[in-house]
Structures are given as structure tokens and as C-alpha cells.
Design a protein around this ligand. Structure first.
Ligand code: AMP
Ligand code: ZN
Length: 138
């Protein structure tokens, strides 16, 4: 049995404030928003993390995220917005059904990213660049 709450929202077995859906993607309001209007975008099919989502579905996810971003900007008139996805327990993923967040941001709303940014030492940036470039697949 699938106990995933986001699967249940996708199949309409669990309630949610649904904003929009396509064949493979559904979007709804986050129940505990960082700011009001905080929106989640998910594939209807269960994928745990972003890298597991097939390319065609991730395209649809991005297109719907863009559409919802524009609707949030026009309706709520935030000063800015964040789009992010937490993947894995150590990245703060609480619901193990991959989702994108759109968070409308307002002046002095108190939400902070990157409290302790790092810097690279000499050559380190190129070394990290090489490591990643080697694994980029066509
Ligand atoms: P994450 O930490 O990226 O896994 O975020 C999970 C998000 O899902 C949190 O922002 C929760 O507030 C939100 N959430 C959890 N359960 C529900 C639900 N039933 N309906 C809407 N949002 C939910
Ligand atoms: Zn699920």
C-alpha cells in the first residue's frame, strides 16, 4: 500500500488546495507555508528525488512551475520569489515524493538561505568543475 500523502493528493484521495494540473503534474498550496501562497509542484507519479524523474516529466514540471510562478507574481505581487527542491533527508526533504517549492518573498520576511556561505581555495574551483564536467551525460 502506498502511504505517500502527495500520491494521495495527486489521486484526489487526500484533500489539498489544488491550483492547477496537467496530465502528469499537479500543483497545490503548501499546508504550512513559509509565506502565504507558498506552492508545491509535483509529478503525479511517485518519484522520490529529482534525478529519478524521466526527462519528459521533468520538462512538464518546469513548464508548470514557470506558469505558476507567473500567476503568483501577478496575484500576490511579491517582491521576489524562491524556487527550490529538497532532495534527500540531509537536504531537508520531509515528504519523500519529489516536489518543487515556489515561495513568494517579501521585504523583511525573515526567511534566510545560505547562512554560512563557503569560499573556494586556490584551484579548488577548477577541481570541482572538472569532477562534475566529467560526469555530464548527453
Ligand atoms: P520538504 O521539506 O521539501 O519535503 O517539504 C515538504 C513540504 O510539504 C512542507 O513545506 C510541508 O509544509 C508540505 N506539506 C506536508 N504535508 C502537506 C499536505 N498534506 N498538503 C500540503 N502541503 C504539505
Ligand atoms: Zn508519492
Amino acid at each position: 500500500m502506498n502511504d505517500c500523502i502527495f500520491c494521495k493528493i495527486a489521486s484526489k484521495e487526500a484533500p489539498a488546495e489544488i491550483l492547477f494540473e496537467t496530465e502528469r503534474v499537479i500543483t497545490f498550496l503548501d499546508i504550512n507555508p513559509i509565506n502565504y501562497g507558498h506552492t508545491l509542484i509535483i509529478p503525479k507519479e511517485h518519484y522520490r528525488e529529482f534525478h529519478e524523474i524521466p526527462e519528459e516529466i521533468s520538462k512538464e514540471l518546469i513548464i508548470v512551475t514557470s506558469k505558476l510562478t507567473k500567476a503568483i507574481l501577478e496575484s500576490l505581487k511579491p517582491h521576489g520569489y524562491n524556487i527550490f527542491t529538497n532532495n534527500g533527508r540531509f537536504a531537508g526533504q520531509a515528504i519523500m515524493h519529489c516536489h518543487f517549492h515556489i515561495v513568494p518573498r517579501f521585504l523583511n520576511d525573515g526567511f534566510k538561505f545560505r547562512p554560512h556561505p563557503k569560499s573556494y581555495k586556490q584551484n579548488e574551483m577548477k577541481q570541482y568543475g572538472d569532477l562534475i564536467r566529467e560526469k555530464i551525460k548527453n
